[in-house]
Structure formats: structure tokens, C-alpha cells
Design a protein around this ligand. Structure first.
Ligand SMILES: NC(=O)C1=CN([C@@H]2O[C@H](COP(=O)(O)OP(=O)(O)OC[C@H]3O[C@@H](n4cnc5c(N)ncnc54)[C@H](OP(=O)(O)O)[C@@H]3O)[C@@H](O)[C@H]2O)C=CC1
Ligand SMILES: O=C1OC[C@@H](O)[C@H](O)[C@H]1O
Length: 430
């Protein structure tokens, strides 16, 4: 079956041409081509990116693929690791562990993973598997610390889901152990690795729009997306909207401001009816140091929500998933900073000049940076992670200090909104 939902023949041809260019083996293209005013790239097919990426025709013979083991049959594992791994010649998703052996087996069979572990000792058995080089940790936030510490202690590199832990102290300890063991530990803030957010940062840093004055970022989901029994609603597992989706806008404003905040000006939260320690939505006003000596502090607002109600109860709202920076001589906005491969727009409005729209699915050829237009944020992230393990220079990197600082400010916002930090793990390495 070859199904195209493009609006006209011209767009269909563009899609076919792209499929050939990237040697994409996808058979179903559901992306709706977009009419662009000024583009740097065409819109890739999310189907190709998320479900059926091209597979490499040859594997480099100089080094065996890194074998990854997954802790938990988590929903995020397929888009964040299993699918991106298919197009990475140096990655093999080799094993999975789940608390229930049948679940582990089912997951392994579904995703063609060679080995599975289960039962009470399943997670530890996976860590003890000497074949495994790297652990992907997509456990609930409240278990990130314990299982990352155990994985590092077992000598494995770790790709750790966001937010890195429940507290900054936990993140600090994981970073210390990784450094001590000379292992790579990366918090999976995938959006950072994509050209779209990096292009926005480049525009700001270039000074084209003058000094930055204000940044606003949001990540809000429609009501019903997160159910009451989800790990995100459980305090003991490190739940809460600020932890889950608020950590992105926070990370994003810190990234674009090139610094950490200097203060939380105000913070509020909507509390979950069944557990007042859980926020189903949160927002905070932050201040950042002035970009220039003697200048004004930069103002920032972050917002997250698990349950944005539909209009009139049934009409979904336009998703609030944008970051916008207002500078002295104009503004720049990136719509859909967390999932840019599906669709994104960078709108640059220089004061007194024409607004332009950019797209950035791939780095410009002159940069020498790696990537394909269909690469998801996760695929870019995996490339960088493997490069770092292999001792090659990645396209870009997110430092451990950055992860620690994000947790510090999550805690400061929870302190300011009255909910308090998530519980620190009592786990200690033997
Ligand atoms: N980078 C991204 O885009 C995203 C990141 N995430 C992050 O990934 C992590 C997992 O999220 P998600 O995949 O949605 O969650 P899931 O609930 O689908 O997966 C969590 C896994 O944790 C395991 N687990 C172990 N102990 C418990 C416990 N006490 N209660 C519940 N589950 C337990 C379960 O594994 P088992 O199979 O052993 O039962 C389960 O598969 C979170 O940290 C989240 O923030 C989530 C979504 C997107
Ligand atoms: O990391 C995330 O990004 C996407 C959301 O669906 C999810 O709640 C969050 O964990």
C-alpha cells in the first residue's frame, strides 16, 4: 500500500522524491505537506521517522554495536530508543527487563529484542548481563536514582529519562558516580539535540534581534491524555506536571537564556483532587541575569498542564507547545519545540522588517553536522549519545551540570508553589 494524503500532485511528488533521497523504506506516508513561505527543508514524514525508518545497509566493521538493555517495558521505549536504534548502525537493543516475565517476553518478541529478564530479580539480572554496554532507564521518575546508581555501579553507560531524578541531590550523586567510573550518563532531554531549537538559539545568540528581554515556554496536554492511574499522578514515584512536562519549558528557557535563573518571582500549581501533593498543572515566573552588564534582567514564564479542557467540552484547542523569545529588536518563536519532526515553525519577526518563517529539520550542509530530515529528536539524541560513548565529538551535548541545575530549579519552583520537592530516594549503594 502506498497512501499519500497530500493535497495536490506537486506535494505528492515532493514526498516521493524525499523517500528516494533518504532511501526510506516506508510504505505509508500520512504527513500532510505544508505550504511554506520560506523554508530550509521540507516536512518529513512522521510515519517514516517514528515507525519505519530506513535501516543501514552496512554496519561499520571497526567496532561492534553497543548493546542496550532497557529497564522496564515502558511506553516511551519504542519511540525514544527502539525505533531510533533501527537506523543507527552502532546500536543493538539487546535486552529488556520487566517486573512480570510474561510482559518482558511479549515486549521482547514484539520489538525483536533477543533477551528478556523478569520477575523480582529481573532488573538486576539485566544489569548483571555482561554482554550489555548501555542501560536505558525509562522507569518512573522516583526510581531513576536507584536504578541509575545500580547501572553505573555495574559499569554501564546510562541514557536516563527526564527528569533525571526526584531531587538535585540525587542527580549530583549519579553524576559523581558516572564521573568516578568514567561512564557516560545523559538525561534524555531529546528536544535539545534537534536542529529546530538549536536554530532558535543561533538566531538569538547572533544578536540579529538584539538583546533578549523575555522568554515564554509551555508544554500543555489536552485533558484525558494522562489518566489518574498514570505514574505521573503518583507522588511516591516522582509524579507531578512540573516534573513530567514542566521540566521541558524550564530546560528550554534556561537553554535560550544561556544561564540559570536568578530567582523564582512567583509560582502556582493546580493540585490533583485525589492527592494535593501532585500538580496537574503549574506555572512560574522567573528572572534571569541581564544579558549585558548593567542591563535589565530577563523575564521568563514557564507553563505546563496535564489537562487542558476542550473548547465547549469537545473541540480540542491548538496545542500550547511553543517557546517564544522577545528581544530588543524583534522576536522569535518556535512552535512545537518538543516534537519538531512532526511539524514545527520558527517565526522570526525582526522589528520594522518582514516576518519570516524557517524550518530546521536538518543542520545546514556547511555545518558538517550529522542528521537527516526524518530524524526525530530521539534519533538525534541517540547519535550524540553513541558518539560521546565512542569518544567522538557529538553534534551537541547536554552537560551533567545542566541536568543538576534543571533539578535544582524544579525544586525551587515546587518550594515556591507550596507543593515541595518530590521525595528523595532512601536507596544507598551497598
Ligand atoms: N523523553 C520523552 O519524550 C518521554 C519521557 N518519558 C519519561 O519516561 C519515563 C517513563 O514514562 P512512560 O514510558 O510514559 O511510563 P510507563 O508507565 O509506560 O513505563 C514505566 C515503566 O516503569 C516500570 N515500573 C517499575 N516500577 C514501577 C512502579 N512501581 N509503578 C509503575 N511502573 C513501574 C514499568 O515496567 P515493567 O514493565 O517492569 O512493569 C513500566 O513499564 C518517565 O520518567 C517519563 O518522564 C515519558 C514519556 C516521554
Ligand atoms: O516527556 C514527556 O513528553 C511527552 C509527554 O507525553 C510525556 O508526558 C512526558 O513524559
Amino acid at each position: 500500500m502506498h497512501m499519500l494524503s497530500g493535497e495536490d500532485g506537486m506535494n505528492s511528488k515532493l514526498h516521493s522524491a524525499r523517500a528516494q533521497k533518504t532511501h526510506c523504506t516506508c510504505r505509508i506516508h500520512i504527513a500532510r505537506p505544508i505550504k511554506l513561505r520560506e523554508t530550509h527543508a521540507l516536512t518529513p514524514s512522521p510515519t517514516c521517522a517514528f515507525f519505519n525508518p530506513p535501516t543501514p545497509s552496512s554496519v561499520p566493521s571497526d567496532s561492534a554495536p553497543l548493546k542496550f538493555g532497557i529497564l522496564g517495558a515502558a511506553r516511551i521505549a519504542p519511540p525514544a530508543l527502539i525505533t531510533p536504534a533501527k537506523s543507527h548502525p552502532e546500536v543493538e537493543v539487546y535486552a529488556v527487563a520487566a517486573r512480570d516475565i510474561n510482559r518482558a517476553k511479549e515486549f521482547a518478541e514484539k520489538y525483536e529484542i533477543k533477551k528478556w529478564y523478569g520477575g523480582q530479580s529481573g532488573y538486576q539480572d539485566l544489569l548483571d548481563d555482561r554482554e550489555i554496554d548501555v542501560i536505558y532507564n525509562p522507569l518512573p521518575n522516583g526510581l531513576h536514582y536507584e536504578w541509575t546508581m545500580k547501572a553505573l555501579a555495574a559499569g554501564k553507560h546510562v541514557l536516563l529519562e527526564k527528569p533525571s531524578a526526584d531531587t538535585a541531590e540525587e542527580t549530583r550523586r549519579m553524576v559523581e558516580l558516572a564521573n568516578q567510573k568514567v561512564l557516560v550518563l545523559l538525561e534524555a532531554f531529546h528536544y535539545r539535540f534537534h536542529p529546530a531549537i538549536q536554530r532558535v538559539k543561533q538566531i538569538i545568540d547572533s544578536g540579529e534581534l538584539g538583546a533578549i528581554k523575555e522568554i515564554n515556554a509551555a508544554l500543555c496536554f489536552p485533558k484525558g491524555f494522562i489518566t489518574d492511574d498514570d505514574i505521573r499522578m503518583k507522588y511516591d514515584l516522582g509524579g507531578g506536571a512540573l516534573m513530567d512536562c514542566g521540566c521541558y519549558p524550564l530546560s528550554c528557557v534556561r537553554y535560550l537564556a544561556n544561564s540559570n535563573p536568578s530567582a523564582v518571582v512567583s509560582a502556582s500549581a493546580v493540585r490533583f483532587q485525589k492527592d494535593a501533593r501532585i500538580d496537574t498543572g503549574a506555572s512560574a515566573d522567573l528572572l534571569f541575569p541581564p544579558p549585558n552588564p548593567g542591563g535589565e534582567p530577563v523575564k521568563a514564564t514557564i507553563k505546563c498542564d496535564f489537562s487542558v479542557p476542550n473548547l465547549l467540552g469537545f473541540i480540542p484547542r491548538w496545542p500550547d507547545v511553543a517557546v517564544r523569545a522577545v528581544c530588543e529588536q524583534g522576536s522569535v518563536e518556535l512552535f512545537n519545540f518538543p516534537m519538531p519532526v512532526i511539524y514545527h515553525t520558527i517565526t522570526v519577526s525582526p522589528a520594522g522588517r518582514k516576518t519570516r518563517t524557517e524550518k530546521a529539520y536538518k543542520f545546514p550542509p556547511s555545518s558538517g553536522l550529522k542528521g537527516e530530515e526524518w530524524w526525530t529528536t530521539y534519533r538525534y539524541q541517540l547519535e550524540a549519545f553513541v558518539d560521546q560513548i565512542r569518544g567522538r565529538a557529538p553534534n551537541s551535548w547536554m552537560s551533567s551540570e545542566d541536568s543538576i541545575a534543571n533539578m535544582e530549579w524544579i525544586e525551587k519552583i515546587y518550594e515556591a508553589n507550596g507543593l515541595g520537592s518530590r521525595p528523595q530516594s532512601s536507596f544507598q549503594l551497598p
